[in-house]
Design a protein around this ligand. Structure first.
Ligand code: PMP
Length: 402
């Protein structure tokens, strides 16, 4: 890596990880790396203990009523697929031929949009994508208006991964519940977990998905799905979500049926225990001052970019109600080219393109080329932000390339 390398792509995955992550993962591999939940021996028990600590920490983070309702996954996409597929298959079985209707939004990541689209193409659901405004904010009333008596699920991102705009999820929940009290409310917290408060009880969330490798600063391949009682009642009957992955869980081993109790019902296969050992260590280092640092850098970035001629900044012009993410373009320069120049000539890592969120780029007028996303982290320095702004200034002052 170049000695002056600057990493500003924390919305994709946070980096560097806290030193404690590598230490914990190495320690886990040398002393605890049995198969969690399989076999009663000491090494299997030690691995299971690590996995359960991760579950407890994640449950506390999102204020889940019990850790049992936190299903460990291989990332946020994995959690979203389990949630959406599980709900659709369950609803299709019960609907007597009527297709379930799903409401989602223009700010969603492809993890949600492509999953829903493929089911729509298979004729298994009807779906409405509610538009956002030019700052990437969703209107609670427009989401509620899109709900019909057939709506089974409303799926909303807590924050846009492109513009950083945080959504009024409490107000969305209230508006949706007022119209359809029993609808399942799903929130994708990939971009907010670790940065902002996520509380499944306060916001009456039925399904919450998160990634361990972004704001929580853990390793890739870790994530979680919270499953609330409306989706999966305590009695484990009349569930509105089926398991999408079947196999061994370590529990009730002799039967051919999947266990019905959470989390085992939705957690077949060996967990990424070493990843969760790293995630536990990462979560132990999180503190409020990190978030303040990230937002201070975001303000410096915004103010700096807004002052550079030939640069367009998208979304809100302030740090109010946003994650540490800024999207911009340089006049006459394709976003991918800008990202490439920043990488190859300035050793600065950002992400140019459409960021797996095509509907959002459509809404803000950047559908063809996308934009350049810059996302500082808590270890970013002020000098690095200034170095990035200087690079953009020089790129924006040279003749257009494309
Ligand atoms: N949802 C959003 C809003 C995201 O930003 C991302 C990751 N870019 C995902 C889902 C998918 O997360 P993962 O990489 O953990 O699968």
């Amino acid at each position: 890596m170049h000695p002056d390398f600057v990493y500003l792509d924390n919305a994709a995955t946070s980096w560097p990880k806290p030193d404690a992550v590598a230490v914990a993962m190495s320690e886990f591999l040398s002393t605890r790396a049995g198969n969690p939940g399989r076999g009663g021996h000491a090494l299997a028990r030690a691995a299971a203990e690590t996995v359960e600590i991760a579950r407890e920490k994640l449950a506390a983070l999102i204020n889940a009523p019990t850790p049992k309702r936190v299903v460990l996954t291989h990332g946020c996409t994995d959690a979203i697929n389990q949630a959406i597929q599980g709900v659709i298959h369950s609803a299709s079985k019960c609907a007597g031929g009527k297709k379930p209707h799903i409401v989602t939004t223009a700010i969603e990541h492809n993890a949600v949009l492509r999953t829903l689209h493929s089911f729509k193409c298979d004729g298994l659901l009807e779906m409405t994508i509610v538009p956002c405004d030019s700052e990437g904010t969703m209107s609670p009333d427009r989401i509620a208006d899109a709900c019909t008596p057939c709506t089974e699920l409303v799926a909303v991102s807590h924050a846009s991964n492109v513009l950083g705009t945080i959504q009024p999820i409490h107000e969305i929940m209230l508006a949706v519940r007022a119209k359809c009290p029993e609808v399942l409310f799903m929130v994708d917290a990939a971009q907010t977990a670790g940065h902002f408060s996520v509380d499944v009880q306060r916001d009456d969330i039925d399904l919450l998905t998160l990634a361990g490798h972004k704001g929580l600063r853990g390793p890739t391949g870790t994530g979680a799905l919270y499953v609330g009682p409306r989706a999966y009642p305590d009695c484990c009957t009349n569930t509105r979500m089926c398991c999408e992955r079947r196999g061994g869980t370590g529990a009730i081993a002799p039967g051919l049926e999947m266990p019905t109790t959470l989390p085992d019902a939705l957690e077949a296969g060996t967990a990424n225990a070493v990843g969760f050992a790293g995630l536990v260590a990462a979560m132990g280092t999180l503190c409020e001052s990190q978030h303040r640092t990230e937002m201070m850098h975001t303000k410096r970035l915004l103010d700096g970019l807004l002052g550079i001629p030939n640069v367009t900044v998208y979304g809100k012009e302030t740090t109010e109600g946003r994650t540490p993410v800024v999207l911009f373009n340089i006049k006459g320069m394709c976003a991918r080219d800008a990202g490439k120049i920043l990488d190859e000539q300035h050793h600065i890592a950002v992400r140019g393109g459409v960021h797996c969120a095509p509907e959002l780029h459509n809404a803000i007028g950047t559908k063809s080329d996308g934009g350049v996303r810059v996302s500082p982290g808590c270890t970013t320095t002020e000098d690095q932000i200034d170095c990035f702004l200087e690079a953009v200034r020089s790129m924006a002052s040279t003749p257009a390339m494309s």
